[in-house]
Design a protein around this ligand. Structure first.
Ligand code: PLP
Length: 462
């Protein structure tokens, strides 16, 4: 039967619920002030609909919860590890799998083992923790994403996460291939708005890298979302399954880091994959120092079981289609009221274009941070700043990075909220947009040296 509604309803029914309630206006004003106008510092209980992140906020299925009871908590050689290992090998196609406590654990091991002081790591836009580990090991990060990724209103390009091969070649010519241990290829690109990379671009990037003896390490965090975009937007892939596309994407590369808190449909965990045996041996040596035995890497047996089951569920077409269409639904509601956003809509979040939303608040007054705080105060919806505060400072000059994209991210947790929740979010934001003149900027009160967006505190400018 064809439904009348624009999108298919949720492809799941609700077996267990978590109640929530909306704090009063006075409680919200108090809570955000106490949090130093940083939504990261709000208490979860003070939030109504929580769109801070899609990281670790996934709802697990009944099958995953059942899998938790099958946890084999042996110190070494847990059967859940072998289940996870064979699942990742089957879906991703890489030879070796090393579990870690979350994505950054994998980034730490990869960066430490492959980067020498003075190296360069090119990537399709930076990610906060990823760049941190690259720089910590003496590398300079170079953004080689296509220019359009930095232009929020360019919605005529389906694959805005693509690598610009000319920029990649120019970097090779400039510094020499021996200074580039690997290119970090993120699928999708989180900070560009969850923008996907085409299969064609993955292939060409890997060809150029390999021709120069450079490895390709994927940031696989949202690879299933990327595969959905390839299936629905790229010619020649429409008849392939999500599973086939994921495997093909990775078949061109050399390994990946993975945050299990995203596309693995679990609440914690991660892993590192590679085909190179020597790197694997070295990584096994390092994982015991920082994470745990190579057969658990910081995860409980039950968590590895839930991850193995979640990975299989994630490549189900109905699941991923519902997920990406939820983002689109929210985006279209906001678009119908001309709210400025990054377009096209990505795979995990809607990114509000804070500069266009609050044209009277300049970037030095922390436009996106201001908007995220105002949204919470107005409606109890928690969002996240992805702008000058998240971008941090240049490690050499100490100057603020001034990203072209100054955004507020409305991130949709997987399988957690319904279309009705998204209606509430859209209505609140449209209302706020109509009353935007009353919103003033913020200034710093406390700034940490690294990853300052997590703990920074601010106050309102009068
Ligand atoms: C979340 C994330 C990471 C880091 O993973 P954690 O599990 O949070 O440590 C790396 N890259 C991208 C693109 C992410 O979204």
């Amino acid at each position: 039967m064809k439904t009348k509604s624009k999108f298919m309803p949720e492809p799941f029914k609700i077996k267990s619920v978590e109640t929530m309630s909306i704090p009063t206006a006075a409680q919200r004003a108090e809570a955000i002030k106490k949090a130093g106008y940083n939504t990261f510092l709000l208490r979860s209980e003070d939030c109504y609909i929580d769109l801070l992140t899609d990281s670790g906020t996934n709802a697990m299925s009944d099958r995953q919860w059942a899998g938790m009871m099958l946890g084999d908590e042996a110190y070494a050689g847990s059967r859940n590890f072998y289940h996870l290992e064979s699942t990742v090998q089957e879906l991703f196609g890489f030879k070796y799998v090393i579990p870690t406590h979350q994505g950054r654990g994998a980034e730490n091991i990869l960066s430490t083992l492959t980067i020498k002081d003075g190296d360069y790591i090119p990537g399709n836009m930076y990610f906060t923790t990823t760049r941190f580990h690259q720089e910590r090991n003496g590398a300079t990060f170079r953004d080689i994403v296509v220019d359009e990724a930095h232009q929020p209103d360019r919605d005529d390009i389906p694959f805005k996460g693509n690598i610009d091969l000319k920029k990649f070649q120019a970097l090779i010519d400039e510094v020499g291939a021996d200074k580039i241990p690997y290119v970090c290829l993120a699928v999708t690109v989180n900070l560009a708005g969850g923008q996907p990379v085409s299969m064609q671009n993955i292939k060409e990037t890997c060809e150029l890298a390999h021709k120069n003896g450079i490895k390709v390490m994927f940031d696989a965090t949202r690879c299933v979302e990327n595969a959905y975009f390839i299936k629905t937007l790229e010619k020649g892939h429409e008849n392939k399954t999500i599973k086939e596309i994921v495997k093909e994407m990775f078949s061109y590369g050399d390994g990946c880091t993975m945050s299990g808190k995203k596309d693995c449909l679990t609440n914690i965990g991660g892993f590192l994959c590679m085909n190179d045996e020597e790197l694997y041996t070295n990584a096994c040596g390092m994982v015991v120092q920082f994470e745990g035995m190579p057969s658990y890497g910081g995860m409980a047996g039950r968590d590895m079981e839930a991850m193995a089951i979640g990975l299989q569920e994630s490549v189900n077409f109905d699941y991923i289609s519902h997920r990406v269409n939820q983002i689109k639904y929210l985006g279209e509601l906001l678009e119908s009221e001309n709210v400025p956003m990054v377009k096209p809509f990505g795979g995990h979040a809607i990114f509000l274009d804070a500069r266009a939303f609050l044209p009277h608040v300049p970037q030095e007054n922390l436009t996106a941070q201001t908007l995220a705080a105002a949204i919470y105060e107005d409606s109890g919806v928690r969002t996240m700043e992805r702008g000058i505060v998240s971008a941090g400072r240049d490690v050499v000059t100490g100057e603020n990075h001034k990203p072209k994209l100054e955004t507020v991210r409305l991130t949709i947790p997987r399988r957690v909220y319904t279309y009705a929740h998204l209606d509430y979010v859209a209505e609140s934001i449209v209302n706020l947009y109509k009353n935007k003149e009353s919103i003033k900027g913020l200034k710093w009160v406390y700034e940490a040296k690294v990853l300052r967006f997590f703990t920074g505190r601010f106050e309102k400018i009068n």
